[in-house]
Design a protein around this ligand. Sequence first.
Ligand code: ADP
Ligand code: GLC
Length: 493
Amino acid sequence: MRVLQVASEAVPFAKTGGLADVAGALPAALATLGCETTLVIPAHRESLAKGLPIEPTGLEFEVPIGTRRLPARILRAHLPRAACPVFLVANDELFDRPTLYGGPEDYPDNSERFIFFCRAALELAGREAHAFDVIHCHDWQTGLIPAYQKLLYRAWPALAGARTVMTVHNMSYQGLFWHWDMLLTGIEWKHFNWQEMEFHDQLNLLKTGLVFADAITTVSPTYAREIQGWPGGCGLEGVLAARSDALEGIVNGIDTAAWDPSADPHIPRHYSADDFEEGKYAARVALAARLGHAAPDPRPLVAFVGRLAFQKGVDLLVELLARMGASGRARFIVLGTGEPGLEEGVRRAAAACPGTIDAVIGFDEGLAHLVQAAADITLVPSRFEPCGLTQLYAFRYGSIPVVRATGGLVDTVIDTTTETLADGTASGFTFEPIDPGALEHAVRRALDCHEDRERWRWLVRRVMRQDWSWDASARAYLRLYERIIAAPPARTP
Ligand code: ADP
Ligand code: GLC
């Protein structure tokens, strides 16, 4: 089976969030299972600046975008530790930029950038000697591909027989653009209607993918249910409910080589479930030094690592810090970057409790590893969470997650109760109401449990020994690919 994966970011080339982790690890896991997998991503400035082994292929072609024809130059690399080639689509006008999507405002030409990327990826695949059986698209940036494949590229022998999969990593980013951008796509106006590409007078790239793909997936079973209703569907719940037969939730795995406390280059002392206390103490010392503290704080360390976004419940976090910062029971660290108002809220909370709360505003991959290793408790108070990787990394590094019971957090974290302790399934602490009091209560339950050293040791060992590797999830994707290859293509809308 030949599978093409298309995404706008992938580790180790470029990353803003979990999409990059998945797009870098899933193709590698599929390749390990014997599935011939190729990944296509844009050649962002970030990808080219890292000194990774990336070579020119000599392949260059023009892509029609509205009335223009823009050059696509194809570069080639490999995913580390995997037999998976990576093609990077270069166009300096569009992708040689300081950040991936803009910020704080999106780049005004993001529609043009990703319409170009979708078409270039297909034109590249169409030039390959062997046809692809499946084209797997991730998020709105690749949403036009299923439509292009069915409408514009049917005559290309290498593409005609392919099936398309659209994976939603987050319904709240849909790629909504003004209707005149339809002209850039080269797709006939008749498809700009409420059943296909239009959403309240705007062009919607994610909706386009959901309508035209042969199969739809999202990154957890609970989120797959949530997005078929309000508010999870973010306005597209009708589209998703109408295609519920084609929709499946497959929980993400993690790259257990990149996130491995027994081999992590970002932490001072490697450890496993057997000697986690020594390993975590060494990480705590290193983190204190990194933050400029004289000595590590003996109190339990509660961490948040993630985008400072409304989705992540950062307003609840800020309120929690205000409530618990003075209580003396724990030390807190927040590592994140995002919405300016939330960054400011976190900064202020830290400034109010200097000996108790650290705020590191920025994106720092190595520090994220060190914080997970140092932490006892990791907070994920998300309003909604398609899957969430932070809690899975926390497990692996022996930090116990406190999460809101939503989306993939429901499917991965089991609340610690008398029953779940008795049957050995407990793995964290959950709360439901979107309310700082509920978050605080869950954190206090975790801190109470932390005081019972034997119980805590048991819990940490248990979560560290869970298997969240990609193997099972990659197999689920393979079964899906096999199913759609055997079935006729989904009806063209
Ligand atoms: P999302 O994709 O919604 O942001 P996930 O939990 O799926 O959430 O993935 C987040 C990923 O981004 C994790 O790998 C996490 O470690 C990383 N990350 C988020 N913020 C930062 C940051 N400020 N510095 C380093 N890594 C970060
Ligand atoms: C999105 C989601 C996150 C998920 C990630 C990878 O960014 O917000 O929950 O883990 O994609 O699928």
